[in-house]
Design a protein around this ligand. Structure first.
Ligand code: NIG
Ligand code: FE
Length: 422
């Protein structure tokens, strides 16, 4: 439960064998591990949920003798809390059968065409009430928290009517109130054309523009709008008027782009989207386009692992100069695993990414993909969100490919997960 913060004592947490602040890294392009700012024998000083200072533990202790000390035994590496910038963890039902069908040879799009896929989850999600969805979303968010995720984005998109999309966004908002981590909500009412809508795709998108978006604006349920650009969902031409309205109303745009065929990233760049996500089918043209824009390229290795297909060309995107964030895409269909650290480590091994590129992709660059300036690195004045790993060398974290989980997670200066007490 998010507590109301009273005037608080200064806390000193440490010592950590290594603390990676993720500061002073460029937002765009390749990174080498030598660019990582690593403080040895470090401590972190926290006041009112924010970082007051980072530095040598003994020095901080001497300078702040009245600080309440949380002195740790053994070796720990401290990283900023992870930011999972793309998930769909608000849903009803399961798609284990889709997974089995795919592994028997059917494709994601074939399953969708024969009535399974996203529509199956829509049917299950519509059957669930707000309380049920709040509970299941909170449960999954708390699972992410144990893997170090202190901020996560959650999309609607399994309601696909005004009423059902609002229901999902209310459940997401309610979940945010009862969990320690922060949820950033996104409206994905343009996830696919609802089979039961009386009218054309154009009519559906017009209804979203004229009825749903004003409702969302008024109720403050989200400031972000997403759409799936794909043959099975919406074409660039179909989506354009919807994005125009959303943009003119002040919504941030994000796009499910180039998952199976290229096209979506062009839309993302044209509309100044904050991020273009997926990009498994991006070619050199889209890579250059994204690299020359401010749109962040978000790789979703969980979808590649769930569908058994190629990864987002993260190496080529970085080398071209793009900003690459990495997110789990956790959803019941294409990405059921939902373990960001594991997936980011695996993407790193396949795409030949440095530790710095992978870690920036799930911290500071992921925060940028959500437009969040107050987190993603451990800098004075930013949120004191961080995780501790039982090791003396930060390289061990990705080397263990997700199997080395955090032993403690702190959110805004409070210990919200302790493996030894779980
Ligand atoms: O990001 N590609 C579209 N949407 C989701 C999958 C949703 C689902 O299959 O339920 C994705 O992969
Ligand atoms: Fe997605």
């Amino acid at each position: 439960m998010k507590a109301i913060r009273m005037m608080e004592e200064i806390k000193l947490i440490g010592p950590f064998k290594q603390l990676l602040t993720m500061e002073v890294l460029p937002l765009k392009g390749p990174l080498t591990d030598s660019q990582l700012l690593i403080i040895d024998d470090a401590g972190i000083l926290v006041s009112n949920g924010k970082v007051m200072a980072t530095g040598n533990y003994a020095t901080l202790k001497k300078e702040h003798p009245s600080a309440e000390c949380h002195e740790l035994k053994g070796d720990h590496v401290c990283l900023p809390g992870f930011v999972d910038a793309h998930t769909h963890i608000c849903f009803g039902g399961s798609r284990a059968n889709d997974y089995a069908l795919r592994n028997s040879g059917k494709t994601y799009l074939e399953i969708a065409k024969s009535g399974g896929g996203i529509w199956d989850t829509v049917t299950q999600t519509r059957k669930a009430n707000i309380e049920e969805l709040t509970k299941s979303t909170s449960k999954l968010a708390n699972r992410h928290l144990k893997t170090g995720v202190t901020t996560l984005e959650v999309k609607s998109g399994y309601g696909l009517s005004i009423k059902e999309e609002v229901k999902m966004l209310v459940a997401i908002q309610e979940a945010n109130k009862v969990i320690p981590s922060d949820i950033i909500a996104t409206c994905l009412a343009a996830h696919m054309f609802p089979k039961d809508f009386k009218g054309s795709k154009k009519d559906y998108l017009e209804e979203l523009s004229t009825t749903l978006l004003p409702k969302l604006k008024e109720s403050n349920l989200t400031h972000r709008v997403d759409a799936f650009i794909e043959e099975s969902a919406f074409s660039p031409t179909e989506i354009a008027p919807y994005f125009e309205t959303a943009k003119s109303m002040g919504f941030d745009i994000t796009v499910h782009a180039d998952q199976f065929t290229p096209g979506g990233s062009q839309v993302a760049v044209d509309f100044g989207a904050i991020s273009a996500d997926h990009l498994e089918a991006s070619t050199d043209t889209e890579i250059q386009l994204l690299a020359q824009s401010d749109t962040i390229a978000t790789a979703l290795p969980g979808a590649s692992l769930g569908l058994g297909c190629n990864f987002t060309p993260a190496r080529r995107l970085l080398d071209a100069g793009a900003t690459v964030a990495i997110a789990s895409d956790h959803n019941p269909g294409s990405a059921p695993m939902g373990d960001l650290l594991t997936q980011a480590a695996i993407l790193g091994a396949f795409e030949k990414l440095s530790n710095a590129e992978v870690l920036a992709g799930i911290t500071v660059r992921a925060a940028a993909a959500l437009g969040l300036q107050d987190r993603g690195k451990l800098t004075k004045g930013l949120l004191a969100d961080f995780s501790l790993f039982h090791t003396d060398n930060y390289q061990e974290i990705l080397y263990n490919q997700g199997n080395l989980k955090p032993c403690m997670v702190w959110k805004e200066g409070n210990l919200v997960y302790n493996k030894h007490k779980a």
